[in-house]
Write a new protein. Structure first.
Ligand SMILES: Cc1cc2nc3c(=O)[nH]c(=O)nc-3n(C[C@H](O)[C@H](O)[C@H](O)COP(=O)(O)OP(=O)(O)OC[C@H]3O[C@@H](n4cnc5c(N)ncnc54)[C@H](O)[C@@H]3O)c2cc1C
Length: 508
């Protein structure tokens, strides 16, 4: 049985403000934008927001907004923006080091692609420290299965993470998208958010951008790149979907994690039926996970849809991509899958709440991780983690014949690269700004290197390193950029973070 949920702990300044607002409003939590007098003047039956006047310049197609004073809703040591695998690692690490920590998440659940993206399996999990703690908690709930690949129960992931946050003392705000950084000269002092609670300012000693897309860094003016160097093309997007009524097929057990056979069967149906779809991986990659059975009986998630040439930071393109992928699920994949013996009765349980973005902005940091670092198996004394996953570039466009990767040295393949130690020194720090760190798939690296370090175990490990760096800087009254990287590496090891074995060549 689950333990009773600990009370949701809050940084004290925030808790006080919440209490004040609740006290003013009685049982209703009023937004700071709602004035007490406005509510009182209306006899308590109605509330009214004091609206702002704006000037519309229709000719120039702009709206002039008046200057404004925004209430400070919280002041914390470490503010984590984005609650995906990276953000939960960062927040748990910062709070467990004693920092007053607040995490902002635009969805109403933690863990990003793990939950809102319906993703599985958990790649590159052997990272130690907080990654191990999460896995242990999932195992205790029977929500983690290790059979060649590591799969987890998506619903239990949401719940376990909320409990871990509560135990560590992290406050998290759901449905709270980041709007704008608060910049003072060369220092990031916090962020502005706009939510149902109105427009609010949040102050912090250190902000960690874990949005995946590098939203905070980009809005703070950090240069960024995206996609392939030659033309900016990014990897395609995928809307995962869940199925039930899956009992295995071809006599294979239902808990088979991924099926080479499934890819072949689906390809055959698509060819026979002349369906307007190209399977994502191409013949040379048919062993890639595709239909992933989850812990428990008769449920699986499917990674099949691909939408190409999308800018994941453009809301209109994202809306069209989501609808296009959902159409692929209903009109192509489900009918095709139901033609495979053993899958005739399968049902769609859901399409993921959020389409999966493999690649968006990569922020410019103090070091750019290159494919060559992996090919040369470079080691760095200030590594914050290692990458245990291979180079995994999906087709950028099925019609594009440009080679995805440069030729590798003899004897090296994109798979053998995964056996090398690949650290991320200085990839998490802006060149000039202070008070800001980032981690996850938006770190400073090349398009090709990114395809290996973007998996979730690596991202959570980067997050835990960023959280530790931020909390250590706050405790020492210094900035993350002033921390010695080799010392941070040692602090991580002391907490049980795992790196690949020593003995490989050191970086010059
Ligand atoms: C289709 C697909 C399949 C994949 N398969 C695997 C796999 O099998 N195994 C594996 O390990 N990895 C896989 N990956 C890679 C992995 O999922 C991502 O690279 C990883 O989740 C990145 O972690 P992150 O925390 O940096 O970003 P995300 O997981 O994207 O999390 C970012 C979080 O920030 C929040 N956020 C974003 N912007 C804002 C904002 N402005 N304000 C507030 N919150 C915000 C988001 O809601 C989200 O919760 C896959 C990726 C895709 C797209």
């Amino acid at each position: 049985m689950n333990q009773p949920l600990p009370p949701h702990s809050a940084p004290s300044a925030t808790r006080r403000r919440h209490f004040l607002r609740t006290a003013v409003a009685g049982t209703v939590l009023l937004s700071p934008a709602l004035t007490r007098s406005a509510a009182a003047d209306l006899g308590g039956a109605f509330s009214r927001v004091v609206a702002r006047q704006m000037k519309v310049d229709a000719g120039a197609q702009v709206v002039a907004e008046p200057a404004r004073r925004t209430p400070v809703a919280a002041e914390v040591d470490v503010l984590v923006v984005g609650g995906g695998p990276t953000g939960v690692g960062a927040a748990l690490a910062a709070a467990s080091e004693g920092a007053k920590t607040l995490l902002l998440e635009r969805n109403a659940m933690l863990s990003g692609m793990w939950t809102a993206g319906l993703l599985n399996p958990f790649f590159d999990p052997r990272k130690g420290w907080l990654v191990d703690r999460l896995i242990e908690k999932l195992q205790q709930q029977g929500a983690w299965v290790r059979k060649g690949m590591d799969v987890f129960d998506v619903e239990m992931m949401k719940f376990v993470l909320e409990r871990l946050m509560a135990e560590a003392g992290v406050e998290y705000w759901y449905n709270c998208p980041f709007t704008e950084p608060i910049l003072q000269g060369e220092r990031v002092r916090g962020v502005i958010v706009e939510s149902k609670s109105g427009r609010e300012a949040l102050l912090a000693q250190v902000v960690i951008d874990c949005t995946g897309d590098g939203d905070v860094g980009a809005r703070a003016g950090v240069p960024f790149e995206r996609g392939r160097k030659s033309d900016g093309l990014c990897q395609p997007l995928t809307l995962m979907f869940g199925i039930s009524g899956y009992e295995g097929f071809r006599g294979l057990p239902a808990d088979r994690l991924t099926t080479h056979e499934f890819f072949k069967d689906l390809s055959k149906v698509i060819d026979e039926q002349r369906l307007p779809i190209q399977l994502p991986y191409g013949p040379q990659r048919s062993g890639t996970p595709f239909l992933i059975a989850l812990p428990g009986k008769a449920v699986a998630v499917v990674q099949a849809t691909h939408v190409y040439r999308v800018d994941a930071t453009n809301v209109r393109e994202m809306s069209r991509a989501t609808a296009a992928a959902r159409r692929q699920v209903h009109e192509v994949f489900l009918p095709a899958m139901r033609r495979i013996p053993g899958l005739e009765n399968l049902r769609l349980s859901q399409t993921a709440p959020q389409i999966g973005v493999r690649e968006a902005r990569r922020l410019e940091g103090r070091y750019r991780l290159e494919l060559d670092d992996m090919l040369q198996a470079r080691r760095f004394g200030d590594a914050v983690t290692s990458v245990g996953f291979h180079v995994d570039l999906h087709e950028l466009d099925p019609k594009d014949s440009t080679p995805k990767l440069p030729p590798f040295p003899p004897g090296v393949t994109r798979h053998t690269i995964s056996k090398r130690d690949i650290p991320h020194p200085r990839c998490l720090l802006p060149k000039t700004l202070e008070g800001l760190l980032w981690a996850g798939r938006c770190i400073s690296g090349s398009h090709e290197a990114h395809s290996a370090y973007r998996v979730t175990g690596t991202c959570m490990a980067m997050g835990q390193a960023a959280g530790l760096a931020a909390a250590t800087a706050v405790r020492r009254k210094t900035t993350p950029s002033e921390l010695d990287g080799a010392e941070l590496h040692a602090l991580l090891r002391a907490r049980g973070a795992q790196f690949l074995p020593r003995g490989l060549r050191a970086a010059t």
